[in-house]
Unconditional design. Structure first.
Length: 415
């Protein structure tokens, strides 16, 4: 890499000092260790804590090694600043302000004032690095990866924002690294390849590349438009868009019985805890209702405002053949769980309240609202069960809590 394009980091090691700490961050058991193992796991790659301008690539660890949230590429001031500032309007105000401040320092070459530690990555050829491999696959001369850090979790996927030498976003890469997350990446790639256009269907970033690399499943999605903004009233459901997704931009489907869905659930639950079989058996198998697609993770942080309408991403859990109303139930459950930090029982109550308030607009009367609520909780537990079988482990927020909730909700009233 051209030395003149490297970001200057005042306050770090002098370029004339060849010493770099020997600690390899891949040996850590926290988020930094998990992500660096997933992305720099090739045996031909060496990673060390310390600033070495002779390294193949260098990253600032924001804000610290022990509280890592972000790896900033130090290819140039322009690339480093873009990694912080791109799509900053989508972030919560406090996060947006922090990123803007650090981005301003990066732009003027004063990132060293943050005292952020540096990791240096060495590779015999750029193609050993995931960003180098993706550059070749996408026909780009060079790509630089800004890497998000999350706590180690078998359900999570490492993600890379890809930038070119000018600091322009060139894509967003997701990495499936175990059986469960590899399946999720494959599912999203398949879904994006056949999304409808028009008919009120919310636009989505298109799939640019689906490939494999070092036993990783990789999907690269195109960058979002530059002028996207956070949605207003994030707790309010977007019912028109939900229905467009359910109906694939077409007319309503004719109502049909739920017996086939229940039979499918019994197959998926084969070998699972007997309590889920009991919960499935207690559902009203004589009902009819409208079936369709669902996004599968319809939450405010997976959507944005844009001149083309509501832009929606993260389609890895999308599936056909579910009761209309599942996306509404999911938004209520997950926003209560993730943004308010409430236990699963309160999240289930939020599902009931959302369906009571908005279910009629989706064609659901009181009996069908109750069925959709219970059915969504069954589906959510089955998803958790299937992820656990794919090497992802159990989500402690959902298991065994969902089984207890279903048993209590469906228990017969005392005489």
């Amino acid at each position: 890499m051209n030395e003149s394009r490297r970001a200057s980091i005042p306050g770090q090691r002098s370029p004339s000092d060849p010493l770099v700490a020997e600690a390899d961050p891949r040996e850590r058991q926290d988020g930094l260790g998990w992500v660096t193992r997933a992305i720099f796991g090739d045996p031909g790659i060496r990673v060390a804590v310390g600033d070495d301008p002779a390294a193949t690539v260098r990253y600032a660890v924001i804000p610290s090694l022990d509280n890592a949230r972000f790896l900033l590429p130090l290819a140039s001031r322009r690339v480093t600043a873009a990694s912080l500032l791109a799509y900053n309007a989508l972030r919560p105000p406090k996060v947006r302000a922090g990123r803007a401040a650090v981005g301003a320092l990066a732009r003027i070459g004063a990132l060293g004032l943050t005292r952020a530690p540096i990791i240096s990555v060495y590779a015999a050829t750029p193609g050993l690095l995931l960003a180098g491999f993706l550059a070749g696959e996408l026909g780009e001369p060079e790509l630089h990866a800004a890497i998000g850090i999350r706590p180690p979790d078998p359900h999570h996927k490492p993600t890379l924002q890809l930038f070119d030498d000018r600091g322009h976003p060139r894509g967003y890469a997701k990495i499936g690294w175990n059986d469960g997350t590899r399946a999720m990446v494959r599912a999203e790639a398949a879904t994006l390849a056949k999304l409808p256009v028009g008919g009120g269907y919310p636009p989505a970033p298109r799939l640019m590349l689906h490939t494999r690399w070092n036993d990783r499943e990789i999907a690269v999605i195109e960058p979002m438009p530059r002028n996207v903004r956070r949605i207003r009233r994030p707790d309010s459901p977007r019912l028109a868009e939900m229905l467009a997704v359910a109906r694939r931009g077409g007319p309503p489907a004719e109502a049909r019985g739920v017996a086939g869905l229940i039979a499918t659930w019994r197959e998926r639950a084969a070998g699972a805890d007997p309590r889920i079989h009991a919960a499935i058996d207690r559902l009203d198998g004589d009902l009819t209702l409208e079936f369709g697609d669902w996004h599968g993770d319809w939450v405010p942080w997976n959507m944005a405002r844009h001149r083309r309408g509501l832009l929606v991403w993260d389609w890895e859990n999308s599936a056909p053949g579910v009761p209309v109303g599942f996306d509404l139930a999911h938004q209520a459950f997950q926003t209560t769980l993730s943004t308010r930090g409430r236990p699963a029982a309160e999240c289930a109550t939020a599902v009931d309240e959302a369906l009571r308030r908005h279910g009629a607009a989706l064609g659901l009367d009181a009996a069908r609202q109750r069925f959709v609520a219970d059915a969504y909780l069954v589906e959510l537990w089955l998803r958790t069960y299937e992820l656990s079988g794919g090497g992802a482990g159990w989500n402690p927020k959902l298991h065994p809590a969902l089984l207890d909730i279903l048993a209590n909700r469906q228990a017969p009233a005392p005489s």
